[in-house]
Design a protein around this ligand. Structure first.
Ligand code: C5P
Length: 213
């Protein structure tokens, strides 16, 4: 019975334009990945990181898969002792311990999953392939979904037991749990839990991390 952290860090991060995979790009003087691993290590008994091929040096580093959820599955496979799983993208280095603990608390209360999320601040419209607006969605019930995402391990294992095509289509792990009928709730995240996608995000995250030290 253990809380295990999983960090999918096996993407190549083409949009960042860095010479190495995104999780290994330097942010405030350290590899992006290390910021998340440090926070998870304070809350989890073990942290398993899914890395690109050739970077599996050290304990608890496993080779990632062809998609984000395939990487999560590869990491979970080496942690059979997990009873609760905290998944957090290496691309979000401003993770706070408080946010992880609030997600964990929801799962301990009985939810199958709890996911960090931000309220939508923009108006959201649905458009067809030609860009013609079909409708404006009701913003008050919409959330932009982030990580950490925390799950009961037994439910997550079943959710990830699908073919590679379904794993590749999943943009988060919670959607796979939802497919099973799992009960997932959102947990409001602080505004700085940003995702590093482009070079400008890396600079901003680095400045915020430096200021917080
Ligand atoms: O590409 P994106 O930024 O959405 O990826 C989110 C996270 O998933 C990143 O931390 C990335 O390293 C990870 N990932 C992975 N395996 C893949 C693709 C992405 O671990 N095959």
């Amino acid at each position: 019975m253990a809380v295990v952290g999983i960090v999918p860090a096996a993407g190549n991060g083409e949009r960042l334009g860095a010479s190495e995979p995104k999780a290994f790009a330097l942010c405030a003087g350290r590899p992006l990945l290390d910021w998340s691993v440090d926070v998870l290590a304070g809350v989890c008994q073990r942290v398993v990181v899914a890395v690109p091929a050739g970077r599996e040096h050290g304990p608890d580093r496993v080779r990632g898969g062809p998609s984000r959820s395939a990487s999560v599955r590869a990491a979970l496979l080496v942690a059979p002792e997990a009873s609760t799983v905290v998944i957090h993208d290496a691309a979000r280095p401003l993770l706070s311990r408080d946010l992880v603990e609030r997600c964990l608390a929801a799962v301990y209360e009985g939810w199958d999953g709890a996911v960090a999320a931000a309220r939508m601040t923009d108006t959201v419209k649905q458009a067809d392939r030609d860009g013609r607006v079909l409708r404006t969605l009701e913003r008050s019930s919409l959330w932009s979904i982030q990580t950490p995402q925390v799950f009961r391990a037994e439910v997550l294992r079943r959710a990830l037991d699908v073919d590679e095509g379904r794993l590749a289509a999943a943009t988060d792990d919670a959607s796979l749990v939802e497919d099973l009928g799992g009960a997932v709730r959102v947990i409001e995240a602080p505004p700085d839990n940003l995702k590093v996608t482009r070079a400008v995000d890396l600079e901003l995250a680095g400045s915020l991390l430096m200021a917080a030290r």
